[in-house]
Design a protein around this ligand. Structure first.
Ligand SMILES: O=C(CO)COP(=O)(O)O
Length: 138
């Protein structure tokens, strides 16, 4: 599965700790991230992370494009609900695209943990059927 990891600054430590705690599960999947989040995860784990641009520089939009092209199976986006972000429209657009394309998205650590356990249990297997029938234009 392709998993996107994104965290706002106040949530980055939490996401890094989450990545450390569940490194064994993450290591069996392809990991993508916005720039700074990906850097932090790579510094603290052995995970190989495909990094996009930093969120405010367009990274959220790049991940949104992956979602629109059915190339993301799970999005873990630890948002900071207490701090205004300069790229708020990009954040809303990313989450909206998850809803448009029925991509499971966790926006806090409690739901992220449930999602990962579901992934481990095989609850995301339905995503493979979508990959099977997707358009060859990629
Ligand atoms: O701003 C972000 C998501 O909206 C995250 O971007 P960074 O991982 O580059 O800090």
């Amino acid at each position: 599965m392709n998993i996107a990891l994104i965290a706002h600054d106040n949530k980055k430590d939490m996401l890094v700790n989450f990545a450390i705690a569940y490194e064994q599960i993450f290591s069996r999947h392809a990991i993508f991230a916005t720039g700074t989040t990906g850097k932090r995860v790579m510094e603290s784990t052995h995970l190989k992370v495909h990094r996009f641009l930093s969120g405010p520089m367009g990274g959220d939009q790049q991940i949104g494009a992956e979602i629109a092209n059915n190339r993301m199976d799970l999005v873990i986006f630890l948002r900071d609900p207490m701090t205004a972000q300069p790229h708020e429209p990009d954040i809303q657009a990313l989450i909206r695209l998850c809803d448009v394309h029925l991509i499971p998205v966790a926006t806090n650590i409690a739901s992220a943990e449930i999602m990962l356990k579901a992934l481990e249990r095989g609850d995301f297997r339905w995503r493979q059927y979508l990959h099977k029938y997707e358009s060859p234009v990629r």
